[in-house]
Design a protein around this ligand. Structure first.
Ligand code: SF4
Ligand code: SF4
Length: 481
């Protein structure tokens, strides 16, 4: 989600302020002041009053401290108490997204509305074409009976004045699997049994009500305990911040990470093993495989598309192979995966070789808090450059290209599912009956991980910046058969 909006700016401001306190070791002492400083008395409020604004900021900070909003048992518990609990905790739960009830505006149920552009025309195609007779005319204006309306949208399509508008619930509309919906209080809540952690609701909510839980406190705790900090960089980071990868890596060194590794090295292993698996499956009569490196996609199959389970590659993600290697080198270090999305944060919880996730957005906020401008620092020298195709995993088409490059099998026909929405899910469900390719690359985010919901840069600009990193790397070597 790179398009800047105010909800995003507020979130980044909160993260930056929290990191400043963590850097000063003043979190417990000063966190209660953040909502007051951001919404001082006598300043204009965004919601009905500054007290509501402050309450919303408090709950968002609770998420950033790593708590579910619904963990709250007493509204009077101050943030300082949650901060103390966060510092003392030894583990986090794998629920990565939480909805702030106070922030959710309880958007009215998805519906069609007649606007004041209605001219009460003679043709009245809206009324004539409504299959449920839900439209009547009152005082010369069309009126929709919402009890009868089935939201088919026919009236909107036929109105010659475009007088009928569609009012979606943005988070519900964005969720590809129907995992977010209104609870008994009319506010949105996420059904964990359906959620695939794609983060589309987080990007879509115009009130910033969906919050990604953070591990910042835990990372700083390791830093204060003088543990070795190791950053594993998802390939998509090469497209962020508008600077070369060397400067991004040096930025990590300057904020306190002793070692920084590109997960693209793990992507090379993923490409090789996926190519081997594809060849094996095809030679034993299999029809196709789908890639497995996007955890939101593998969760989609696990939770929603049983028929696709036999076709998902068993090869692990690039993070898995990188973390395995890095853990062997640094057994006692705090290993942090730097991530483009909540789905990867969820994957981190399930990988014993990675301790925490840090989002691209959090890294950006950390740089701001530390007053580091990546444009004005020296680039780190990258000694061990991964293959170009492995860096290219970050963009749609990159995984299938890498798999094809490492094999000499000319029978591979690839297809990219570039972004998961309801139409893509229908396409995936029907694929086993009528496969049109034998290598199906699936990325939940449009554009691939450079379109993940935690990115900083516009995905089109990120794609160009990523290409610079790809072009400066050697070609992947072919598999020796
Ligand atoms: S993270 Fe994705 S799957 Fe989960 S509720 Fe949000 S949009 Fe739906
Ligand atoms: S495509 Fe990439 S960024 Fe998007 S959910 Fe999958 S792993 Fe995350």
């Amino acid at each position: 989600m790179a398009v800047t909006n105010n909800a995003m700016l507020i979130r980044r401001d909160l993260i930056t302020r929290m990191i400043r306190l963590l850097m000063e070791d003043q979190l417990v002492e000063k966190i209660d002041r953040i909502p007051l400083e951001m919404r001082p008395r006598n300043n204009p409020s965004v919601r009905c009053c500054i007290h509501k604004d402050r309450a919303v900021l408090k709950y968002k900070l609770m998420g950033l401290l790593g708590f579910n909003i619904h963990d709250e048992t007493d509204e009077l518990t101050p943030l300082s108490e949650y901060a103390s609990m966060a510092i003392d905790r030894t583990n986090l739960t794998d629920v990565v997204l939480t909805v702030v009830d106070e922030a959710c505006s309880s958007c009215r149920k998805t519906s069609y509305m007649v606007s004041n552009l209605c001219r009460g025309c003679v043709a009245r195609p809206c009324m004539v074409n409504c299959p449920k007779n839900a439209i009547s005319f009152v005082d010369g204006q069309a009126k929709i009976d919402h009890a009868a309306c089935v939201n088919c949208g026919q009236c909107m399509k036929v109105c010659p004045f475009h007088a009928i508008v569609y009012l979606p619930v943005p988070c519900e509309e964005a969720c590809p699997v129907g995992a977010i919906c209104k609870n008994e209080n009319g506010v949105e809540s996420i059904d964990i049994s359906k959620c695939i952690n794609c983060g589309k609701c987080l990007s879509a909510c115009p009130f910033g009500a969906v919050v990604e839980k953070s591990s910042l406190v835990d990372i700083f705790k390791s830093k204060h305990e003088k543990k070795t900090l190791v950053a594993l960089l998802a390939p998509a980071i090469a497209g962020q911040f508008g600077v070369d990868l060397g400067r991004i890596i040096n930025g990590f060194k300057l904020i306190g990470f002793q070692y920084v590794y590109e997960v693209a090295h793990g992507a090379e292993t993923t490409a090789r093993l996926e190519a081997e698996e594809l060849e094996e499956r095809l030679s034993s009569g299999g029809k196709f495989i789908t890639t497995s490196c996007c955890p939101a996609y593998t969760s989609l199959v696990d939770k929603h598309i049983d028929t696709l389970k036999p076709y998902v590659s068993h090869t692990k993600t690039p993070m898995y192979y990188s973390a395995e290697q890095v853990r062997a080198q640094h057994p006692n270090a705090c290993i942090v995966f730097v991530s483009p999305c909540p789905a990867k944060r969820w994957e981190v919880f399930h990988n014993p070789n990675v301790d925490y996730a840090l989002s691209f957005e959090e890294y950006g906020a950390w740089l701001v808090a530390a007053k580091i401008d990546l444009n004005s620092i020296e680039p780190a020298v990258i000694e061990n450059i991964p293959a170009a195709e492995a860096r290219g995993f970050a963009a749609s088409g990159g995984v299938s290209l890498a798999v094809k490059r490492v094999t000499d099998n000319s029978n591979i026909i690839d297809l990219q599912i570039n972004g998961i929405d309801k139409a893509a899910i229908r396409q995936l469900k029907s694929f086993p009956k009528n496969p049109t390719a034998n290598l199906v690359e699936v990325m939940t985010c449009e554009g691939g991980c450079i379109g993940g919901c935690n990115v900083i840069s516009n995905p089109k600009i990120a794609a160009k910046q990523l290409q610079i990193a790809v072009d400066s790397a050697p070609a992947i070597a072919q598999q020796v058969s």
